[in-house]
Ligand binder design. Structure first.
Ligand SMILES: [Zn+2]
Length: 518
């Protein structure tokens, strides 16, 4: 059997095991197995009290209602998956949460069998910007051109309310390059060049995020908001502690703009030393990636730079604090306008891969300004992302060890037990991963009022169609794992327009089996 065939064979074995309800094909040590209460392994039933009437949310966008009809879509969501909350894609320039399926990915088994059409432009505010809220910021929203005059929230609010369904306005930190004067708000890299991302420490950007949320919560009878930023800071990006395909340009990391420099100074960071440290790290990364093994090894010389330039870590901390300060400001403002509005965050997948990002993302602290956290636990996509993560960082920090050993180290420090490097893209991560990540988040916020609503992967496609895909038995198990881990809600992700109905029905079946819905 050639290597390729063997991979496929192992992938097939994984699916078969999942279908039988074991979830994992890889043998585990007894202490590892004990972590997840799962009747299928012969252990005692979970000592978890399942929530009553939890939020069962789904990420969805106006196009699905326009393509298929509002009432029909709501019928499908309620009947198949027990959905009682809509997370409406409201502000973004990305393609993950709005629009039809993008070309190259499998079409869904419902709706218009066409890919997203970008000919009218894409992205912006899918509701209606009310400019009076943006008086204090030079960064102004633009109505998304995709669907003409359609306001995504007005489109669904009356029908959703009539059914007792909640509506959340879901916005993400993804900007387009066509916004007038966007260069003034963009981040600057290590060499002062503009990036396509906007800077949290630019006062106009900060005010923009607050204005957007104020506009949404005052202009619409929504039940809450969700906001998220899928970005790493300059340190993680530079050392390749990222789950993007390898090849970050370490000179392009952000942000080093005038506002970030001023904030660093006010925190007592020696700015020239920080720049020097990042330049040293850049040289180190380039040498590592060129295949040079430092005389003292990758790991030791990595730490040598950190000991010499602690300003690197101080800068990274500042960058992440700036994201969390945005959370906090949005939370306080929204609560002051409407105290019963639910305010929470999409906590992106980096939390499952990068130990550095996880260290910077302290859920116990973030809970103080979060009604709920959508913790991303995308199991299917997680396989390729984990494989990509370990591939990237094995060029740098973990360069001293074979990639499979690096992956085992990663699993140990992140408290995961998953497949080997060669199988990962074909199998995805397991329901046990979903359980562990949910439980960890639940334990992190214990004693706080914050609820954990895991973000469940339903048909988030891998670009390579040979790689793992969602299937009803695995979706069923992962749904259960969210609640067995103590989750108090669910956000079916990433968008309805990419989902297949049997997989959506598997969510509903699992909820009925757990007696969470009737
Ligand atoms: Zn900046």
């Amino acid at each position: 059997m050639c290597a390729f065939d063997r991979r496929r064979f192992l992938a097939g074995a994984g699916y078969a095991a999942a279908a039988l309800g074991t979830g994992m094909a890889q043998p585990l040590a007894a202490q590892d197995q004990a972590s997840r209460p799962d009747a299928s392994r012969g252990t005692a039933p979970a000592p978890v009290t399942y929530p009553r009437n939890p939020v069962i949310g789904i990420q969805i966008d106006a196009i699905s209602f326009l393509d298929e009809g509002t009432e029909k879509v709501l019928d499908i969501l309620q009947e198949k998956a027990g959905v009682n909350a809509l997370f409406m894609g409201t502000f973004t320039y990305g393609t993950g949460i709005t629009g039809r399926q993008i070309a190259g990915h499998p079409l869904p088994d419902h709706g218009v069998q066409q890919y997203q059409d970008f000919s009218h432009g894409h992205g912006g505010d899918y509701a209606t910007p009310h400019l009076e809220y943006y008086k204090d910021t030079a960064l102004k929203p633009i109505k998304a051109p995709d669907y003409g005059k359609v306001d995504c929230l007005e489109l669904v609010l009356p029908a959703a309310k009539k059914r007792g369904m909640k509506v959340f306005a879901w916005s993400e930190d993804v900007f387009g390059s066509t916004i007038p004067n966007i260069d003034k708000f963009q981040e600057r890299d290590l060499y002062g060049r503009n990036a396509h991302t906007v800077c949290f420490n630019n006062p106009d950007t900060h005010k923009f995020w607050l204005a957007l949320q104020e506009d949404l919560i005052r202009s619409y009878d929504i039940d809450g908001i969700m906001w998220g930023s899928e970005r790493y800071g300059p340190f993680c990006n530079m050392i390749e502690s990222v789950h993007q395909r390898k090849g970050n340009d370490p000179s392009r990391v952000t942000c080093f703009c005038q506002f970030c420099q001023a904030k660093a100074k006010s925190r007592g960071i020696d700015v020239p030393r920080a720049f020097e440290g990042f330049h040293e790290l850049e040289k180190w990364v380039k040498a590592c990636r060129a295949g040079d093994r430092p005389t003292d090894g990758h790991y030791v010389t990595f730490w040598r730079i950190l000991f010499r330039y602690p300003e690197l870590l101080a800068w990274e901390t500042m960058w992440n604090d700036s994201v969390h300060e945005t959370y906090e400001a949005i939370y306080k403002q929204t609560k002051s306008i409407r105290s019963n509005a639910l305010v929470g965050w999409h906590v992106w997948h980096a939390l499952s891969f990068s130990p550095f990002f996880r260290a910077q993302t302290d859920l116990t602290k973030i809970a103080d300004y979060s009604d709920y956290l959508k913790i991303t636990v995308y199991n299917n996509l997680g396989g390729t992302r984990m494989e990509t993560y370990i591939t990237s960082i094995s060029d740098t920090v973990y360069g001293d060890m074979p990639i499979d050993e690096a992956l085992q180290f990663e699993y140990r420090v992140m408290n995961l037990r998953e497949r080997g490097y060669a199988e990962l893209p074909y199998t995805g991560l397991s329901p046990d991963y979903v359980y562990r990540e949910t439980k960890r988040a639940v334990d992190d916020v214990k004693g706080k009022k914050t609820e954990i609503w895991p973000g469940l992967d339903v048909d988030i496609a891998n670009v390579d169609l040979q790689f793992s895909r969602s299937s009803p038995p695995v979706v069923n198990e992962c749904t259960k794992a969210c609640f067995q881990g103590g989750g108090q809600g669910l956000v079916i992700s990433r968008k309805y327009s990419e989902m297949k109905l049997p997989n959506l029905a598997a969510v509903g079946d699992a909820l009925r089996e757990l007696k969470i819905i009737a």
